[in-house]
Design a protein around this ligand. Sequence first.
Ligand SMILES: Nc1ncnc2c1ncn2[C@@H]1O[C@H](COP(=O)(O)OP(=O)(O)OP(=O)(O)O)[C@@H](O)[C@H]1O
Ligand SMILES: [Mg+2]
Length: 226
Amino acid sequence: MLEPGMNAMIDPAKEKAGADSQTIFELLDVEKVYEVTKSEGFLKRSKRKLAALDGVRLRIDQGASMALVGESGSGKSTLLRVLLGLTEPTQGLALYRGRSVNQMREAGPDFARDVAMVYQDARGSLNPRMTVGQLIAEPLRHFGICPESDIAEQTRSLLARVGLAADVAGRYPAAMSGGQIRRVAIARALASNPTVLVADEAVSGLDVSTQAQLLNLLRKYRRKWG
Ligand SMILES: Nc1ncnc2c1ncn2[C@@H]1O[C@H](COP(=O)(O)OP(=O)(O)OP(=O)(O)O)[C@@H](O)[C@H]1O
Ligand SMILES: [Mg+2]
């Protein structure tokens, strides 16, 4: 069950894949209540509870894709944060491959390598003082994906995979368009060869043709690498 005003759309092709496919993520009756400060006139403030998530259950299997659709403030980002162990749920459990996400996150770098995230604010999530090439090389080095001598080639290959020319590697984020910067964020997320890609509004606010290109790219990825 999801919040009112939020829908989950599961790829129908994958739904048919059957119950025996491996479960990657599971949310069991997740609740998230925030305490927010409400102002009641000049200098008077009171605390109020806000239920961002209430009894969310979902399961995501290997090779499936799921889209959460809902109005602003319906809890989409909160749900992703709980799923990734970045926010502790008030109630319920977030499981990754059958184990608590928090345990998995604390156990070492494997979780971060396996589960990549494209943040809602793609531009804000990237260090503006690093070039596109450096931004993509960083996870390659961090996770030891390839030897130092292959970093440049691997960076070029990741740029090509997201449809960017090799010469953007020398540019800074400020010199990239909104669509290009999302591609950079996706390339960086894919650098660690993750099993799961979590994208928070990877295409919102872009023109329709750029949205279609990015969604096709993600769809191609799912088909090719599950
Ligand atoms: N850290 C926080 N403290 C208090 N309230 C929060 C916090 N984070 C989110 N909220 C509230 O929880 C609700 C859900 O927020 P969330 O960011 O998950 O929505 P969303 O569906 O991602 O919205 P959008 O489409 O605008 O990104 C909102 O009412 C928001 O104000
Ligand atoms: Mg959001």
